[in-house]
Ligand binder design. Structure first.
Ligand code: ATP
Ligand code: MG
Length: 425
């Protein structure tokens, strides 16, 4: 009797030469983590694919769409696993085609991964094709441009047969590229930027600046919801939250109003850079898109960027809003991001923010606040919330693990440990 399995296809990993085994191992671990809610029986490698089998009937069908959201997965197929008995695999092919949905034409694509099977790929194509022609007499066989393809893959003693196959998100397995600190607002753009870096193999460590105590903490909960929405395909282990409202108030009182936003951003970048050092993260990530809002002109980006030494990635810099919205909808964050929440972006906003900041004026305004003390204070009072995520390893000085998401932890107690040379596991 045929059992159901998911066959995972990956492309880029295959290109990584000697790294291949490592990448495959990370991908298998990530698929396992993404399927934590399922009874996975085995995750194994077979002939350039990863095979996932389940110990409970019906779970392969449910897990199939989830596997496609795991970075590194180029394609996932819902397959039947049979032995080499021709009746078994031909019957599996009939069932596979039957569940494909609407189609008028089809073809069989057979492949043997080893040659100890007496039938060649061509023989298999013919054999399974004839069976299907009898089973579906009103459908046409078409070699080019057919609606459905029935794949038959012979690997050692097993045959895998599938017609349902979906593209995955592609990219590289999360955790294969190191950490990045992402500046996560609860807006539309930064969750997309965070997801894009995760898709390239990075472990994103988000930091959110809240208007608390000058505003409510709604945006902090939206950020948690965004992290939950990215799961289980993309897993984030920790959200840093910086209560920024009082510092914004101080800046708004001391600095020229048109430069306030740039001052807020310089402080945000500086704090994020310190957290990145604690975390062992090698870059910052923002959701900026050129010219989208007043603060995102080239001049303003430059005026903010100069406070940090670490690379700052802006994966959306050349994207249009519509493209970003489409991606936010795809990854499930759009509806959360469009909820109204007061956060530090809406707090103490000048009526006319500077759109083309001049550096000497920016430097003058910067000296009007004790920025060094402010940055240090914010780093000392940063809070964090942990989420289960096997790819994330917290820095040694901030290693406690807590299951209560709502409980906030202050790192002040760890201050003595928090020198910049901290090792990360
Ligand atoms: P987003 O939709 O990501 O909020 P935006 O179009 O609203 O972006 P800005 O508000 O100018 O643009 O923010 C630019 C970037 O700065 C954001 O994409 C994000 O990376 C970072 N950022 C802005 N506000 C915050 C915040 N409160 N906490 C953390 N990062 C922030
Ligand atoms: Mg914003």
């Amino acid at each position: 009797m045929a059992s159901r399995v998911c066959l995972v296809h990956y492309h880029e990993i295959g290109l990584k030469g000697k790294n291949r085994a490592r990448f495959e191992r990370i991908l298998m671990d990530n698929i396992k983590a993404a399927l934590a809610a399922f009874s996975v029986a085995t995750i194994t490698r077979i002939s350039g694919h990863i095979l996932v089998s389940f110990s409970v009937a019906g779970q392969a069908e449910q897990a199939f769409p989830i596997i496609g959201t795991v970075p590194g997965v180029a394609r996932v197929s819902l397959a039947y696993h049979t032995n080499r008995d021709p009746h078994e695999y031909c019957e599996a092919a009939r069932k596979a085609l039957n569940e494909f949905g609407d189609f008028r034409s089809f073809k069989v694509v057979a492949r043997r991964s080893n040659t100890d099977y007496e039938l060649t790929s061509m023989d298999l194509n013919r054999q399974v094709g004839e069976y299907l022609c009898e089973a579906f007499p009103d459908k046409k066989v078409l070699m080019k441009g057919c609606d459905a393809q029935v794949h038959v893959l012979v690997v050692q003693g097993s045959v895998y047969v599938y017609a349902r196959s979906e593209r995955g998100v592609g990219g590289l397995p999360q955790g294969s590229a190191g950490k990045v600190v992402t500046l996560l607002s609860s807006g539309i753009d930064s969750p997309v930027a965070t997801w894009l870096l995760a898709r390239r193999g990075a472990v994103p460590v988000p930091i959110h600046f809240s208007g608390r105590p000058q505003t409510a903490d709604t945006s902090e909960y939206l950020c948690q919801d965004i992290i939950e929405a990215l799961r289980p395909g993309v897993q984030i282990g920790r959200l840093y939250v910086v209560p920024f409202g009082d510092c914004q108030r101080e800046i708004s009182l001391k600095c020229p109003s048109d430069l306030r936003v740039i001052m807020y951003r310089r402080i945000m970048y500086s704090v994020a850079e310190r957290i990145a050092r604690l975390e062992g993260a090698k870059a910052l990530v923002t959701g900026e898109s050129l010219g989208q809002v007043a603060s995102q002109t080239l001049e303003n980006i430059m005026a903010v960027n100069e406070v940090v030494d670490i690379p700052v990635f802006r994966p959306l810099i050349g994207s249009d809003k519509q493209e970003i919205i489409a991606r936010a909808e795809q990854i499930g964050t759009y509806d959360i991001s469009t909820e109204v929440a007061p956060d530090c972006c809406t707090l103490f906003m000048p009526r006319r923010p500077e759109t083309h900041a001049k550096l000497d004026e920016v430097h003058e305004a910067w000296e009007m606040i004790d920025h060094e003390a402010m940055i240090q204070h914010l780093v000392d009072t940063v809070e964090y919330i942990d989420f289960p995520a096997p790819t994330y390893k917290p820095p040694r000085c901030l290693r406690e693990r807590h299951s209560e998401l709502e409980v906030r932890y202050c790192i002040r107690a760890h201050r003595d440990d928090s020198s910049e040379s901290l090792e990360v596991e």
